[in-house]
Write a protein that binds this ligand. Structure first.
Ligand SMILES: [Zn+2]
Length: 222
């Protein structure tokens, strides 16, 4: 890791690839800051004004918040982080969703003079994503999401609170397929953009959580 510049890691991959899990591990180990687009939007949607209500409406329907709106929050957040970011770095999760967002993020990072940006793709096949998403479960009691990987497959009760596990209401096959179709059509061009520039670090996301994590750590030291 560079000594004088915080490390920016953009995590990419299909739904179910384990981005959230890996982000948590990295934050715990290195004290990175976390910039999650989903979290930003959910927080903003709690405000009782036009934008808050509209965000809530759009997200409840499972629709996408358009790029100009998304980017406004995103850019505000990175400006804020530029002032106080810890020296270790920042994990970006949930953006870019489109080619244009990849380009916008590049110019934003350039403006804020953050040039230590790594783009990490946790690669899982569409089939694996589909299987993980249809089989993952949520705790009825504490809402903990239990991924369908490794030892979590054997859990019968929530490992945090002992609550009952059930399938998430939005993990219906049609909804999952539409998320995967979105990835193919809209996210893939952003990934191709990084790949063409030789910036894409591709990691096999179908390995164990620990192996994926170790590979990410290795690429941080390169
Ligand atoms: Zn629980």
């Amino acid at each position: 890791m560079s000594d004088n510049q915080p490390q920016i890691i953009i995590l990419l991959g299909r739904s179910g690839c384990g981005k959230g899990t890996q982000a948590k591990l990295l934050i715990k180990e290195f004290g990175f800051d976390y910039l999650s687009s989903g979290k930003l939007l959910r927080e903003r949607s709690k405000k009782d004004d036009f934008t808050g209500k509209k965000l809530k409406q759009v997200m409840d329907k499972g629709d996408l918040v358009p790029t100009p709106v998304m980017f406004r929050f995103w850019a505000g957040k990175i400006a804020e982080m530029r002032k106080k970011i810890n020296k270790n770095g920042l994990i970006v999760d949930g953006s870019p969703r489109f080619l244009i967002e990849a380009k916008l993020m590049d110019s934003a990072f350039e403006w804020y003079e953050w040039d230590n940006v790594k783009v990490v793709l946790l690669d899982i096949s569409e089939q694996e994503a589909f299987s993980r998403l249809t089989k993952r479960r949520i705790c009825k009691n504490c809402s903990r999401l239990i991924p369908w990987v490794g030892e979590f497959k054997d859990l019968e009760k929530c490992d945090k609170c002992g609550g009952e596990l059930e399938t998430r209401f939005d993990d219906k096959p049609e909804a999952i397929q539409s998320r995967l179709d979105f990835y193919k059509k809209d996210v893939q061009p952003a990934i191709d953009y990084y790949e063409k520039q030789g910036r894409l670090i591709k990691i096999n996301g179908e390995q164990s959580i620990e192996d994926v994590y170790q590979e990410i750590i290795q690429c941080l030291h390169q």
